[in-house]
Write a new protein. Structure first.
Length: 335
């Protein structure tokens, strides 16, 4: 174990990840990382604490001091609705030379779930924190957890770039219903998502089954992205349907790299897109999970659940008649 880093050490590079924040106590947990640690980590939330690591809790003013003055804030950002392939895309981009992929640091979730008045104290330094790399020519690419989309306009500085990822509501509902853990997660987040929908004035009928609950989850997360995009008119925004990406991952990875300004040859990106990562479960690389398997699971879920999925989607279309924001989300998704 090392001692707590100085402000100079925090500012120097990405060695000390700002992993978590306690906004009420005004302290931040820093975790020592190297390039390979970032590359291998599926998530930088508390799941990473299961392994031995060097963690230091420091007062926020130390971090704020480290990030004061002129610091780079040019991180690229990935926001998404959940279960939309963002982890895979982040891993693929992380294989591009000169890209430091940072996946779901808990600090972003801590900020998203803090009251706006409390969050204001911290938010100005976050873009700088997340833009630190190990070399000047590297660029950070930050994938946030899904509900951090609520604060995307606060995280992405004017003029910077964000990719917004989604899937159609039908594929989203089918993929949720196909997984026991995803159904459990959906139930755990149901009340929080209902509150977020209500804040946007979107009224859905009370879900009668898991298909309608999953449709409500899609509506919550997708309208959050739509709202964020509207608020980020002075940023560069790109949208990506994950299933469309899977149909041509070499081309779509090249498009994304170009959008983000990453310097890579098409042949290099094609090799990454066709490499071993595309055949693994991106959240846990020890498991196989190919695009074909994803398609089979969705098709199987649709076959079993269509009698419930069709009314769930009809519920969304009915609510969209009174919500331009939801109507825009459904139009974009084309479902």
């Amino acid at each position: 174990m090392s001692s707590a880093p100085s402000p100079e050490e925090i500012a120097r590079d990405a060695t000390w990840l700002a992993q978590a924040l306690d906004p009420t106590q005004g302290v931040v947990r820093l975790i020592a990382m190297d390039r390979e640690s970032y590359r291998l980590a599926g998530f930088l939330d508390d799941r990473m604490l299961q392994a031995p690591l060097d963690a230091q809790v420091v007062p926020w003013p130390d971090v704020e001091n480290a990030m004061s003055g002129e610091r780079r804030s040019d991180a690229r950002w990935i926001f998404h609705i959940g279960h939309a392939g963002s982890t895979l895309v982040s891993r693929l981009l992380g294989e591009v030379p000169g890209v430091l992929a940072i996946r779901e640091p808990r600090l972003l979730r801590d900020l998203a779930m803090s009251p706006p008045a409390m969050r204001a104290r911290y938010i100005s330094s976050v873009a700088k924190l997340m833009s630190r790399t190990f070399a000047d020519e590297e660029i950070a690419c930050v994938k946030a957890t899904s509900f951090a989309s609520e604060i995307a306009p606060e995280l992405v500085p004017p003029g910077e770039r964000a990719l917004l990822m989604y899937v159609t509501p039908r594929n989203y509902v089918a993929s949720i219903l196909a997984g026991e853990n995803s159904v459990k997660e959906m139930h755990a987040l149901a009340e929080y998502r209902a509150q977020r929908l209500a804040r946007r004035g979107i009224g859905l009928s009370s879900p009668r089954n898991d298909a309608e609950l999953a449709a409500a989850a899609w509506a919550c997360e997708m309208t959050t992205l739509e709202s964020a995009a509207h608020a980020m008119a002075d940023r560069h925004i790109a949208w990506a349907d994950f299933d469309a990406m899977l149909a041509n991952m070499p081309g779509e990875l090249a498009r994304t790299a170009t959008f983000f300004g990453f310097d890579a040859e098409d042949e290099q990106l094609a090799a990454i897109a066709r490499g071993p990562l595309i055949q693994r479960y991106s959240k846990a690389l020890e498991y196989e999970y190919s695009p074909n398997l994803r398609a089979e699971l969705i098709a199987g879920s649709l076959h079993l659940q269509n009698r419930e999925i069709d009314p769930a989607l009809a519920m969304l279309r009915a609510a969209a008649e009174k919500s331009p924001l939801l109507a825009r989300a459904l139009t974009r998704a084309g479902d």
